[in-house]
Ligand binder design. Structure first.
Ligand code: MN
Ligand code: MN
Ligand code: MN
Length: 294
């Protein structure tokens, strides 16, 4: 299972473990020919990623992952093909990073109360960029021996209802979609089936996303099951949304979301890269390869 297109990945500019240039190198080794870097709340990794992509002959799509609060719950919108110089987008990302910083500091305070000493200093050392998220706390909890792996850290400390959880107030759906569009990009609702929200609630959110002008659903993510893929594809078809796919790569450990380790988009869904403007004309051979058995 290897896809030549991977449109959702993270570097050390947010909560990934590989610097942008190493991420691009690994993508190339794994057969990815079209790669989007989509760090949380920042485009800071794109310059280094682009330099590396040009050297390696990979198509790099400028992306970002934006956190949204809708009906009191968090959703992620991936912007693809954005102009990172766009002032409205950058103002919005600055606002998001300040909300994220506040949340991270509050999480440190709460986690110190349940035994994670010097949580803020520890997490600052782990986060190489200025975006601190729950994934960093998960790694710190593992390093300090309070849990054995990151998923246990989320389960015991970092999820809703657990002692380190802080409900952040992100931005509205309309704001997020607006920033991405103003910056010339496509707005993709990230990993819709991974939030574990009730299906009726999720369907309402997907409909609101389409009404807000959203372009695509991320139908395939790292570890997606066949059932999840067909559910998301049905949502996209019903609402006239395109489809996207991406591993949501963060670390080299969990094999299910390594770069390019994703199933193809199912039939009957328009790939977002066929909407035009995302790929250079020279890369137009890529969609034909996507169903190749490799
Ligand atoms: Mn992340
Ligand atoms: Mn996400
Ligand atoms: Mn992500």
């Amino acid at each position: 299972m290897s896809s030549p297109i991977d449109l959702h990945t993270h570097s050390t500019a947010s909560d990934g473990v590989l610097p942008p240039a190493s991420l691009v190198a690994r993508a190339v080794e794994r057969g990815v020919r079209v790669l989007a870097l989509t760090d949380h709340d920042t485009t800071a990794g794109l310059v280094a990623a682009r330099r590396s992509a040009q050297l390696k002959g990979v198509v790099l799509i400028s992306g970002v992952e934006v956190s949204v609060t809708w009906a009191g719950r968090t959703f992620h919108i991936v912007g693809l093909g954005v102009d990172a110089e766009n002032a409205l987008l950058q103002r919005g990302l600055t606002k998001l990073r300040s909300a994220r910083l506040q949340r991270a500091q509050e999480m440190a305070r709460l986690l110190e109360r349940v035994g994670l000493e010097d949580a803020w200093e520890g997490v600052r050392r782990l986060a190489q960029g200025d975006v601190v998220g729950r994934a960093h706390y998960a790694r710190l909890l593992v390093l300090r021996g309070l849990v054995t792996d990151p998923s246990e850290a989320f389960h015991r400390y970092l999820s809703r209802g657990r002692p380190g959880y802080v409900q952040a107030q992100w931005v509205s759906l309309d704001e997020a979609v607006g920033w991405v569009h103003q910056a010339g990009g496509f707005a993709v609702l990230a990993h819709p089936l991974q939030y574990r929200y009730p299906r009726a609630f999720l369907r309402r959110m997907v409909a609101a996303f389409a009404t807000a002008g959203g372009d695509a659903l991320e139908i395939v993510t790292g570890g997606s099951t066949a059932e999840q893929i067909s559910t998301a594809a049905a949502y996209a078809r019903r609402l006239g949304l395109a489809g996207s796919l991406g591993s949501d790569f963060h670390t080299v450990d969990p094999p299910w979301n390594d770069l390019g380790n994703i199933r193809p988009l199912p039939q009957g869904v328009v790939p977002i890269w066929e909407r035009g403007g995302l790929l250079p004309h020279t890369a137009s051979v890529v969609p034909a390869e996507i169903d190749a058995p490799n």
